[in-house]
Design a protein. Structure first.
Length: 218
């Protein structure tokens, strides 16, 4: 189905809080993160949502909260789901639990997004790198490229969550012998270019529209 243009209205403080809570809900969906990632998520919750939240008992965003914040604006709701997809892709693996969370968001907001069906070709990293497989992802690429960043807190969140550069490939060795080779994230994630584009748009918004020093994110 055709998608609508992203909303150009800035978010209210209440919408921003729910937006970031939704993104964190996706980030925490599969629970597969190392101590550094866990610390980052905890700091994002405390700094960007509310310092009093118990990060060990973080409750995902509810359907009612999503409807109250974005239910009256389809373009805004779709833009929110775009950023949620980007968060799901940030670690290079799109999991079943992340997909289920995104489908819940769409159901609550009354959205039917065909592009998300093509994203399922990347579930749990079980995708090929051949041209035919990559061509299947064209709908979600075009859909994600339509994302606009119009809120400073959301922009900061994305700049902190998405790495500033592609993590280097590396070898895992045991007793001096290589046991596995891990390619760089940009080779694992066929939508890595969309993540880079989103991070750039977030940085540009902070620098040009908000007048912020973006050096800490570079």
């Amino acid at each position: 189905m055709a998608t609508t243009a992203a909303s150009t209205l800035e978010l209210t403080p209440e919408q921003t809080a729910i937006w970031i809570k939704g993104l964190l809900s996706v980030a925490c969906a599969d629970g597969h993160f190392d101590p550094e990632e866990k610390q980052l998520i905890a700091s994002l919750i405390q700094e960007e949502i509310a310092p009093e939240i118990d990060t060990d008992h973080f409750a995902p965003v509810t359907d009612a909260e999503l409807v109250a914040a974005f239910g009256g604006d389809r373009a805004l709701a779709e833009n929110f789901v775009r950023t949620a997809v980007m968060v799901a892709l940030a670690n290079g693996i799109y999991s079943q639990s992340e997909d289920a969370e995104l489908q819940r968001f769409c159901s609550a907001l009354g959205l039917e997004i065909d592009a998300l069906e093509s994203l399922k070709h990347t579930l749990d990293g079980q995708h090929g790198s051949n041209e035919q497989t990559l061509r299947l992802l064209d709908p979600v690429r075009h859909w994600l490229d339509g994302l606009e960043v119009k809120d400073a807190k959301v922009a900061r969140f994305l700049c902190r969550l998405i790495p500033p550069q592609c993590p280097f490939e590396r070898d895992i060795t045991l007793f001096g012998r290589k046991i596995v080779h891990i390619p760089p994230l940009c080779k694992l994630n066929p939508l890595y270019d969309q993540l880079v584009g989103l991070r750039f748009r977030a940085l540009t918004y902070l620098a040009d529209e908000c007048g912020e020093d973006i050096t800490p994110y570079c």
